[in-house]
Design a protein around this ligand. Structure first.
Ligand code: SAH
Length: 394
């Protein structure tokens, strides 16, 4: 018997506009006893077909896979993955000698809600954010191998922290195809150790690639402070850009080890770089006026959801004020927010408030966002999360 989810009257409006989520409040009733992660057929109140998607207990009841009546099998995943790969080839991040790490699947942005796949050389790191994608993981892995062919040797599955806690899911991290200990990947010609076993997210913040490349252009002869450095992506680019000195700061000692290792890979023995395991707010309070004329602020998401918005905005203002107070005239600030709950106008307002509090003259040079391998589904504006400003401080 098929598993059906019947919507309340009038609740299919957002689906007509191809929004890929069905909230639990829109559900009238469910038939066929689905278990979490099952594919359900969604019908409107008159019994007409609307969509197929993964069902899950929670505020998002269904993540839509397709608005067509079709079979969800290996062929289905292959088609979606092949399209995602085509997109990455057309934007020039896949299959180039200069760059072998990129996001292949960005959830809703690639019409695969709840699924993230990052490629690091011959390895893929796959992450499920929905029970359905977890249940489908072996089929997806098979399809991924078929689409990537010999360029893919191993798939590491990393969903321990991204799935709702369910003892019965058994979502342990581990290889689901092949095995690999080679974890050096190349971004724009620079080498990075990728720690997918223990690192944050899939091991690297691929989403800052283009913003790091922009930073490189501004680095020549500058004293650079990379705050919240994690693996030191911005720091390595600043070194290549000819910075006079580069200081990396992260509160995590493990991150400091990572940035040092990445520096050794690219600029062994280069004395221009130093890393500090310190709290960002304290470091900014204690540093000397004018010590750095190029500062990067790329903190973790201050707001994980809407309720935390006010505090998050205050946090961004507080952080940016500290940078504005200490940066010398002619200094440049790269400032970011990766909180999905904070939109770009709110973020800009937080930075505006910080500039005004520090009484500095500030020009916006660039407005930055997530790169093209983190696409936004036009019907799912929630997919927009990374925003940044590059400002010139007089
Ligand atoms: N800029 C990085 C990504 C930053 S992720 C990149 O390009 O890859 C956020 C980092 O902030 C994490 O590594 C985390 O350890 C660090 N962090 C969190 N709170 C901090 C604090 N109060 N002070 C310093 N670092 C902090």
């Amino acid at each position: 018997m098929s598993k059906l989810l019947i919507l309340r009257k009038g609740k299919e409006e957002s689906l007509k506009r191809f929004h890929p989520w069905i909230f639990s409040g829109a559900v009238h009733h469910i038939e066929g006893d689905p278990v979490e992660g099952d594919i359900v057929e969604v019908l409107n109140s008159e019994g007409r077909f609307v969509a197929l998607g993964h069902w899950q207990v929670g505020s998002i009841a269904v993540r839509v896979l397709t608005f067509k009546h079709q079979k969800i099998d290996v062929e289905f995943w292959k088609k979606r993955l092949a399209t995602a790969l085509d997109v990455r080839k057309s934007i020039g991040v896949a299959g180039t000698a200069n760059n072998n790490m990129y996001r292949l699947v960005h959830g809703e942005g690639d019409n695969l809600p709840g699924l993230i796949i990052d490629i690091y050389g011959e390895n893929a790191v796959m992450q499920a954010h929905s029970v359905g994608m977890h249940v489908s993981r072996m089929q997806i892995a098979e399809a991924l191998k078929a689409v990537m062919g010999d360029t893919l040797k191993a798939i590491y599955y990393k969903s321990e922290t991204t799935l709702p806690f369910k003892a019965s899911l058994g979502q342990e991290n581990g290889f689901i195809l092949g095995e690999s200990s080679d974890n050096v990947a190349i971004e724009n010609g620079l080498k990075f150790h990728i720690d997918w076993l223990k690192g944050q997210k899939t091991g690297f913040f691929v989403d800052q690639r283009e913003n790091r490349a922009l930073l490189e252009k501004y680095s020549h002869g500058r004293k650079v402070l990379n705050m919240f450095c994690y693996t030191g992506g911005f720091s390595v680019y600043a070194m290549r850009g000819g910075a006079e000195l580069v200081h990396s700061v992260d509160s995590s000692a493990k991150a400091v080890d990572l940035v040092n290792a990445n520096m050794e890979l690219n600029f062994p023995g280069d004395k221009r770089h130093k890393a500090f395991a310190e709290d960002a707010f304290r470091f900014l309070d204690e540093m000397q006026d004018g010590a750095y004329d190029l500062i990067i602020l790329d903190p973790p998401a201050f707001a994980k959801h809407k309720d935390a918005l006010k505090n998050a905005l205050r946090g961004y203002t507080k952080l940016n004020v500290k940078a504005f107070e200490k940066i010398p005239a002619g200094g440049i600030l790269f400032t970011f927010s990766c909180s999905q709950a904070v939109n770009k106008d709110q973020f800009r307002m937080a930075v505006f408030t910080a500039a005004a509090m520090a009484k500095r003259k500030v020009r916006i040079l660039h407005q930055l966002h997530q790169p093209a391998d983190h696409p936004i589904n036009i019907y799912h504006p929630e997919g927009e999360y990374l925003k940044g400003l590059v400002v010139y401080v007089e």
